[in-house]
Design a protein around this ligand. Structure first.
Ligand SMILES: Cc1cc2nc3c(=O)[nH]c(=O)nc-3n(C[C@H](O)[C@H](O)[C@H](O)COP(=O)(O)OP(=O)(O)OC[C@H]3O[C@@H](n4cnc5c(N)ncnc54)[C@H](O)[C@@H]3O)c2cc1C
Length: 408
């Protein structure tokens, strides 16, 4: 298999448009096939906001989308952590890096799709991949509407419930439900949040559940809830439940929290967005097979506690394009890509899994956490724990040939 000239990118969420743009920049003709019938930007995907870390912004710089994202985002300049209603403690941040950027998911989709189209990528909506045919010289994707498309390689950027993952390996693990359902709401400012500067985000371990809130430039308070629930619900199932029912549950869950009780009380059915079950991907044994490869959540979805899912997806998307650009045959390019990405994403996933336990603790674990977290925060070595994650960049301009680690 020689250097590919064409690529089918399955999924037009975050990894898909970034991969397709980077592939086009690498001289590979790329087209995106997205399952949703409506433009995912207007459908707003799974909804809500998304925080991008400096390493995600660095990956976006490679494809020329970082400035547009910054222009549409809110910089988070301060982060605090609050446990059981204690006043928020400032969380240390690595020195010399820009702030994380909080952006509406729909706005991010729009920017990434526009950027891909400007690069010459064709985007086909309402194309749900159902199966593939593999031949020695090409791969053909078959879609639910009866159409098909062929190319030299197929990139599975189809998210945490990836179809491509199962086509690569029928025994591949499925995403694991974290026991938490996600929600986002919006309320007016009030005395209990009036002291916060715009751009401040608070991670709050409430009496019964975790939540986070931030002050927006318009002074209103956005907040996200992670509701413990043994019962898994997809996005569609969660949205089929009446908003009033969810609001009742949220108001009971956060009744003893400040400002959680007010955030839940003042959120209305119009400002509540249900996101559905939160997932992580266990390590995936096979990242690629033949002419097919995985990128983004399809192969490495860390817990949302890491704040790194989208940023890692952007990194992998650009690194994959770099490998296909520089390594002259497809299997070796996929191998180099996996070697460069697997250790980093699995390390971050392991960190996230540890934090997620703290979000849905049993009563004893909750008490322990209240005692231990302040100590952990006070003794945390930010440069060691966070800086390596956030300072990371993909060296797009350097040909891979010199990277012994990737080509070993
Ligand atoms: C509540 C919540 C909050 C989060 N917050 C953050 C955060 O603050 N920061 C962060 O970095 N990450 C966050 N994440 C994680 C982040 O959303 C993901 O890591 C990111 O969306 C991964 O991008 P992706 O392109 O790989 O997958 P997705 O964004 O899921 O995109 C996959 C796309 O593939 C399409 N698709 C699926 N199947 C098919 C098919 N068979 N054929 C064609 N198309 C298909 C889907 O319709 C979708 O458009 C959060 C996740 C959740 C659930």
């Amino acid at each position: 298999m020689t250097t590919p000239r064409t690529a089918l990118v399955i999924g037009g969420g975050i990894a898909g448009p970034v991969a397709a743009t980077a592939l086009t920049m690498a001289g590979i003709d790329a087209a995106i096939y997205e399952a949703r019938s409506a433009d995912p930007a207007s459908a707003n995907g799974i909804g809500g906001s998304l925080a991008l870390e400096p390493n995600g912004l660095a990956a976006l710089r490679i494809v020329g989308a970082d400035d547009d994202v910054r222009a549409a985002a809110v910089p988070i300049t301060h982060s605090t952590m609050s446990i059981a209603n204690k006043p928020g403690r400032e969380m240390p941040t690595p020195q010399g890096l820009g702030p994380r950027q909080l952006i509406d998911r729909g706005a991010l989709h729009r920017i990434l799709r526009n950027r891909a189209e400007r690069a010459g990528v064709r985007i086909h909506d309402a194309k749900k991949l159902i199966r593939v045919d593999e031949r020695p010289d090409a791969v053909t994707a078959h879609f639910a509407d009866g159409t098909h498309a062929s190319a030299d390689v197929l990139i599975g950027a189809d998210g945490v419930h990836s179809t491509v993952r199962r086509l690569i390996d029928a025994e591949a693990p499925a995403a694991r439900y974290l026991g938490l359902l996600g929600f986002e709401g919006l309320v007016d400012d009030a005395p209990d949040t009036a002291h916060l500067e715009p751009g401040t985000m608070t991670f709050a371990f409430g009496r019964r559940a975790y939540y986070l809130y931030w002050k927006r430039p318009d002074g209103r308070i956005g907040w996200g809830a992670n509701l413990p629930s043994p019962q898994y619900m997809s996005l569609r199932e969660a949205r089929a439940v009446a908003a009033e029912e969810w609001l009742d549950t949220l108001r009971t869950t956060y009744a003893n929290d400040v400002p959680g009780a007010r955030l839940a009380a003042e959120t209305t059915r119009e400002t509540l967005q249900a996101v559905g079950g939160l997932h992580i991907m266990p390590p995936v044994p096979h990242w690629h097979r033949g002419r097919m490869v995985l990128v983004g959540d399809a192969v490495h979805a860390p817990s949302n506690s890491t704040g790194q899912g989208a940023s890692l997806a952007m990194e992998s998307a650009t690194q994959l394009a770099r490998c296909l650009r520089d390594v002259p045959d497809v299997p070796s390019a996929f191998l180099a890509y996996e070697r460069l990405r697997r250790p980093r994403v699995e390390k971050i996933a392991a960190r996230g899994a540890r934090i997620s336990h703290a979000k849905a603790p049993g009563p004893i674990a909750a008490r322990m956490m209240r005692l231990l977290l302040p100590v952990m925060l006070a003794t945390m070595n930010v440069e060691k724990t966070m800086a390596a994650e956030q300072r990371y960049t993909i060296d797009w301009d350097t040909p891979l040939q010199g990277d012994a680690k990737a080509l070993a």
